[in-house]
Design a protein around this ligand. Structure first.
Ligand code: EPU
Length: 432
């Protein structure tokens, strides 16, 4: 087992380069299945969710060749298995994209119910609604989802909730369906647009991605393409907040400033200075941080995947801040860990009230999910003393070498191995 040890109190300064977006890459990799020729994907982040997706593709019969540190050639033409088994699928939420991609290509799919971060109830009813509307039948048994269709036909799909996953799965399943599919109340996240752009570069006919109505005219064949994944909006936002929390001065490179607008606006309200360039953004602090209120909503609102990080920053700001979670049922589980570091936060349902104390203290803590883990790293960087963060496998699901990038900015953070016995003893100590 590994953990991070962070010695807090150092200003982050210098430059950092953002990797490709996790939530785009985990959809683009299964989307390659739809192509009738090999594809090359670039700017693919080196994170465990991507490694699992690549493993699933190989297990199905795809030929995966690493061309460089972040680029892969994937030849899907020999895929002859249509099943994602429990052991691999349960390790990540995004395994559900194999449902849409396999259904779209082969009219059948068998995928285990997905895993992922524990953020409360995570139903997939809207995904199944979209598949059914396109003409597929599904059965759920023993934790597996089976999809079958004689033929997929274009249709109108109204999503009852704005769902990133259901929107992307509907696109994957509809791209080769006969006729016109219209997805209404679609999610508008940058990774939805990236998936549509990727498929269009393969010869698909998808219009309106980035708005709440997406129109897809089915095509018979998709061709090989060479495509670069968009920069990770959430990784960029996390580094923006890490810079702000340490009162640092950081140039964040390989970003799309437009995707960061809601984060930028909130940080400016808190007192953080931001300069935007074509594909980079400078973040620095030269005055006090002040309270604000934040509510997470689907894009273009403030992203839920930045909620734990901004809440952590607000513990360092003057005054009382309110953070409301508008997407997930349970996204405040990290608050107990921040309290161990001296934060004054009370939570009532989906609302957290944060009394900014201006300081945090190092403590042993545990990452309970991916973004919670990122928030604890930020807290550790800003805290007095040493913070030890366990369960960092959550963080490595979605951040490409976070500790290396932070070290290059001057942070004192290292990853150490702890023997499993010691980890279990620590768990017992923490439990009492
Ligand atoms: N929902 C339903 N039914 C469905 C699908 C979703 O009721 O069939 C509800 C969910 O319970 C939730 C809301 O709709 O309340 C939004 O869920 P969504 O489907 O948009 O989430 P997701 O696709 O499962 C992706 C990201 C999450 C991110 C959310 C929201 C991936 C692999 N995951 O999840 O990312 O929080 O969108 O933006 O793309 C993360 O990266 O840390 C992360 C959790």
């Amino acid at each position: 087992m590994e953990k991070f040890i962070v010695k807090g109190g150092r200003r982050l300064t210098g430059e950092v380069t953002i990797s490709g977006a996790k939530n785009a890459a985990v959809a683009l990799l299964p989307a390659v299945i739809l192509s009738d020729e090999p594809c090359v994907l670039e700017n693919v982040p080196n994170i465990s969710d991507v490694n699992i997706s690549l493993r699933i593709l190989k297990e199905m019969g795809a030929e995966v060749t690493m061309l460089g540190k972040d680029s892969y050639r994937i030849d899907p033409t020999r895929i002859d298995k249509f099943c994602v088994p429990y052991e691999t699928a349960r390790k990540m939420r995004a395994s559900y994209y194999f449902l849409g991609a396999l259904l779209g290509k082969f009219n059948k799919a068998r995928v285990s119910m997905p895993g992922g971060c524990p953020l409360g109830d995570r139903p997939i009813d809207q995904h199944l609604k979209a598949f059914s509307a396109l003409g597929a039948e599904y059965t759920l048994s023993q934790g597996m989802i089976d999809l079958r269709a004689d033929k997929l036909c274009g249709t109108q799909i109204f999503l009852d909730v704005v769902s990133v996953g259901a929107t992307m799965n509907a696109i994957l399943a509809a791209v080769k369906a006969e006729g016109l599919t219209i997805i209404e109340n679609a999610a508008r996240e940058p990774h939805v647009v990236d998936l549509a752009n990727f498929l269009n570069s393969m010869g698909a006919n998808i219009m309106g991605a980035g708005t709440d109505v997406i129109k897809i005219r089915g095509v018979n064949k998709l061709y090989g393409t060479n495509y670069a994944v968009i920069p990770d909006q959430i990784e960029a936002g996390t580094f923006m907040i890490a810079a702000a929390a340490t009162k640092g001065d950081v140039l964040i490179k390989n970003v799309t400033p437009k995707h960061l607008e809601s984060i930028t606006k909130k940080l400016e309200k808190i007192g953080v200075n931001i300069e935007q360039y074509d594909d980079s953004i400078r973040v620095y602090v030269d005055g006090p941080l002040v309270k604000t209120s934040v509510k997470t909503t689907p894009h273009p609102g403030f992203p839920t995947d930045m909620q734990p990080q901004i809440a952590t920053l607000l513990t360092l700001a003057e005054g009382t801040s309110i953070v409301t979670e508008g997407v997930w049922e349970q996204r405040f589980r990290y608050v107990d860990e921040l309290r161990r570091m001296g934060a004054d936060i009370s939570v009532d349902g989906k609302v957290a009230v944060i009394e900014g104390t201006g300081k945090l203290m190092g403590a042993p803590v545990k990452a309970c999910d991916l973004r919670a883990g990122a928030a604890l790293i930020i807290a550790g960087l800003a805290a007095n003393g040493i913070t030890e963060i366990e369960d960092i496998f959550h963080i490595e699901r979605g951040y490409d070498c976070m500790e290396g990038k932070l070290r290059a900015l001057g942070a004192d953070i290292e990853k150490v191995n702890i023997p499993d016995d010691a980890a279990q003893n620590n768990q017992k100590k923490n439990a009492v």
